[in-house]
Design a protein around this ligand. Structure first.
Ligand code: ZN
Length: 399
C-alpha cells in the first residue's frame, strides 16, 4: 500500500461534506462541534441556520419572532450581503435574510451575534484564535499573520490584528479571591514612546499567578506603598519576597509586612560589591582571601538550615576587626546585621520562597524583551499584559 499525501483545501472539503443540518433549519440544533468547525463557525448558536448556496453563505434564523410584538406572523423581506472572515474557510460572501412583521410592520434582521460582533467583518472565533496565537507566538504579529494565512486561509492586516489584541477584554477577576498571604513583588519595565513605565505586580505564591498589577510612571516608595496597600486590603499579609531595591524595602517596611530578600539577588549584590572593591583597590592576595572568607559566612547565613545556626554566624560578625577590608565592614553594618531578618525569614516559615524567580518567569513568559518596546499607549500595555496573563492563568494558576 502506498501512502500519498492528499492535499485538499479546506474550502473544497467543506463544500462536499454536507449534512442534513446544512439544508434543514430545524436540524441546526443537531449540529455537532465538528459540523460547526467545518463551516468555520464554532461559536454559532442553535437558533441560527447557515447553508452554502453557490459559494455564498446564507444565514437565517431557525424561528422568526418579531422582537417588537412577539408575533410569529412574519414574511421574508429581502436580503443583504456582508463579507465575513471565518476560521478555516477564510473570507466568504454572506447573504443575510431579513423579515417583516405582518402585524406591526417591524423589519427583523437575522441575529448574527453568536458569530460576529456588530458590524465587524472578522468573526468571533477568528478573534479568539488571534488572541490565542498572540500568546502562543509571544506577540509576533508577523507570525500570527502567517499562521492565519497558512492554517485558515485568512488574510488580514497587521493593523487589524493589532486592533483585535487591543480590544480584547480580559480582566483578572480577583475581587473574590482569597490570597494566601505569601507574595512576590516586582516591577516590569516597559517602554512607551521611548519612555520607561513600570507595571507593579503582586504574585501570590499559592495561587501561582499575578493577583494585582498597576501601571505607574515611576517606582517611588509612595507608588509601591499605595499599590501594595490597596492590593492587600482585607487580605492575609504573611510575607512579601522582593529583590533588594530600596524603594520596595522602605514601602514594605512602612506597611509593616514581613519581608524576605530574594536570596539570588542578595548573593548577586554581595558578589558585585566585592568585585567592585577588589577591582578599584587593587586588593592584595591576602586581602582577597579575607574577603572571600567573610563572603562564605554571609552566604552561610542565607543558606543554613535553621535560624539558630544563622544567628550563631551573625553573632560572630558583631565585633568585627577594624583591619578587615572596608567592603566587608560595609556589608556587615549596612546589610547583614540590620537586615538579618529579611535575609533569614525563610528559615522560620517554609512557605516563604527564597527567590523571586516565579514572578520573573511569569514576566519573562508574558513579556519577553523583544515586545517590551512596542507600546504606544497605557491601555495597550495593560491590554497585552492581561491577554498574556490569561493564558498564563490557564496553564498555571490555581484558583
Ligand atoms: Zn411585530
Amino acid at each position: 500500500m502506498t501512502k500519498t499525501n492528499i492535499k485538499a483545501s479546506n474550502s473544497n472539503m467543506s463544500d462536499k461534506l454536507y449534512k442534513l443540518s446544512d439544508f434543514i433549519p430545524e436540524f441546526s440544533q443537531f449540529r455537532t462541534n465538528e459540523d460547526k468547525t467545518r463551516i468555520g463557525c464554532p461559536s454559532i448558536d442553535n437558533s441560527l441556520f447557515v447553508s452554502t448556496r453557490k459559494g455564498e453563505k446564507y444565514f437565517k434564523p431557525v424561528n422568526v419572532v418579531c422582537p417588537e410584538c412577539y408575533s410569529r406572523d412574519v414574511v421574508k423581506n429581502g436580503t443583504y450581503s456582508r463579507k465575513l472572515i471565518f476560521l478555516t474557510i477564510g473570507e466568504q460572501n454572506c447573504i443575510v435574510q431579513k423579515y417583516k412583521c405582518n402585524k406591526c410592520g417591524h423589519v427583523i434582521y437575522t441575529d448574527l451575534s453568536s458569530i460576529v460582533n456588530g458590524n465587524a467583518n472578522i468573526t468571533i472565533p477568528v478573534i479568539e484564535h488571534i488572541e490565542y496565537l498572540y500568546s502562543y507566538f509571544n506577540g509576533s504579529l508577523h507570525k500570527i499573520r502567517k499562521s492565519l494565512k497558512k492554517e485558515h486561509n485568512i488574510e488580514i492586516s497587521h493593523q487589524s490584528i493589532e486592533n483585535i489584541i487591543l480590544k480584547s477584554e480580559y480582566e483578572i477577576e480577583h475581587r473574590n479571591w482569597t490570597f494566601s498571604g505569601y507574595y512576590l513583588f516586582d516591577a516590569l519595565w516597559v517602554k512607551k514612546n521611548g519612555k520607561w513605565k513600570y507595571i507593579l505586580a503582586l504574585f501570590d505564591l499559592e495561587l501561582n499567578t499575578i493577583v494585582a498589577k498597576e501601571l505607574v510612571d515611576s517606582e517611588t516608595v509612595e507608588n509601591v506603598y499605595d499599590f501594595l496597600n490597596q492590593s492587600l486590603r482585607n487580605q492575609k499579609k504573611n510575607c512579601i519576597i522582593t529583590d533588594l531595591k530600596s524603594e520596595y524595602r522602605v514601602a514594605i517596611d512602612k506597611l509593616q509586612i514581613k519581608q524576605q530578600f530574594c536570596t539570588f539577588h542578595t548573593k548577586q549584590l554581595i558578589n558585585r560589591e566585592i568585585r567592585d572593591y577588589i577591582d578599584k583597590n587593587n586588593a592584595s592576595e591576602e586581602e582577597i582571601e579575607i574577603i572571600h572568607d567573610y563572603k562564605s559566612l554571609f552566604f552561610d547565613i542565607i543558606d543554613v538550615d535553621s535560624i539558630n545556626e544563622a544567628k550563631k554566624i551573625r553573632d560572630k560578625l558583631f565585633y568585627i576587626n577594624s583591619n578587615v577590608p572596608s567592603v566587608i565592614r560595609k556589608l556587615v553594618s549596612k546589610l547583614i546585621i540590620p537586615e538579618f531578618k529579611k535575609l533569614t525569614n525563610h528559615l522560620t516559615d517554609s512557605k516563604i520562597a527564597i527567590t523571586s524567580n516565579k514572578i520573573e518567569n511569569c514576566f519573562l513568559k508574558n513579556f519577553p524583551k523583544h515586545i517590551k518596546k512596542l507600546f504606544k499607549t497605557d491601555k495597550g500595555i495593560l491590554k497585552r499584559f492581561n491577554l498574556k496573563l490569561k493564558y498564563w492563568d490557564e496553564d498555571n494558576a490555581i484558583y
